[in-house]
Design a protein around this ligand. Sequence first.
Ligand SMILES: *Cc1c(COP(=O)(O)O)cnc(C)c1O
Length: 457
Amino acid sequence: MQSIEDRNKQLEIDDRKYIWHPFTQMQDYEKEEPLIIEKGNGCILTDIYGNEYIDGVSSLWTNVHGHKKKELDIAIKKQLDKIAHSTLLGLSNVPAIRYAKKIVEIAPKDLTRVFYSDSGSTAVEIALKIAFQYQRQAEDGDPEKKKFISLYNSYHGDTIGSVSVGGIDLFHSMYKNLLFESIKAESPYCYRCAFGKSYPGCNLECLSRLEEIMSTHAHEVTAMVIEPLVQGASGMLIQPPGYLKKVRELCDRYNIFMIADEVAVGFGKTGKMFACEHEDVTPDIMALAKGISGGYLPLAATLTTEKIYRGFLGKYEEFKTFFHGHTYTGNPLACAVAIATLEIFEKEKVLDKLQAKIEHFKQRLKAFTLLGNVGEVRQCGIMVGIELVADKDTKESFPPEERIGHRVIKEARKQGLIIRPLGDVIVLMPPLSISIDELDRLCDITYESIRVVTEKV
Ligand SMILES: *Cc1c(COP(=O)(O)O)cnc(C)c1O
């Protein structure tokens, strides 16, 4: 029998030997001690040595009700007693039907059709293809309308289509020659306004520019893709109030579909079930993933209006079919846990309880703005971005080789908190189920880690 110590050492060797980690410079990774998670319970992750950490970014923004949540575990086990997987291509299955009905009931009104897939990237990819194909074949479609408008600083996933509408140079510029062209509008990043203005005196200049773009390009644009309320992956950039509603109005005015990418913001992260609800907006297409399964299994859904769905109906030989489908589409285990995830929202009144946590978080974050290198603290619901700067007055960033964000999260790990930075932005996004005590600890450790690391610079 191998001892625990030997097993752990071997795991650490094999991790560095066999796994190519996503979004990770492996040359650095190979030199560092890997952190290997073995268990989770509530908001706590436990590594192979038994050390405990708060899951400060809800396992990459997915976890909602905590780890090892009893009802979710049971839902999967029960489904497992029936069947793990059967295809949705030309067949159906019970959990996929039940979940589709349930999500349509709570989604922004008019979204009535559910197309399943398995990641945020595919959910967006599907939205793009639907918006494109609709124009080529629907009665009121216009084949000239085949382009997309998206925002700088946007992130919609890593597949070629979703990268094409992405706007983060660091992630996207490498693949430029592989991508289709999309039309980019400035993002409402108020802390670093592209027009050098400040809110609210700016009168939302970014929206006037967006309107110019739309009026110039409406004849060739099928859809605008947007992360509602928060541009997550670029550092939790929060849109000013009224922005999203105005985008909806502009899309209507210029006959452009609105694709809402709720992959990050959906399922309560902003304080409401969907971010679009804050501005009473119904998109034409909505992409869901991450929190959809409570953070348990890969599942995604693209919701559309009945009008869009009808654009794909016709005789077989007209070939209006949506020729798209991933092998594990509508996986019964994933749909079963997604149903249970929604049931917990209802049964435990999760969104009601969340409001006090959001407010507590807000109070605790005030102290951070006083730190010498914190440029801005941005919060929307339970989603937080703390932007670190070398100089608060000039907003000058740290040089990338300082790896300031990385150093902060390494320090936090030592103190029992797992978080992940986006460049120089420290992201906090715990599961909705986090307790006030855990939230306090998360804030204490983050504060201390920023202080310790920036004092040394
Ligand atoms: C994470 C994310 C995606 C991509 O989801 P994957 O499941 O990683 O493919 C797309 N859009 C947004 C807004 C995201 O945050």
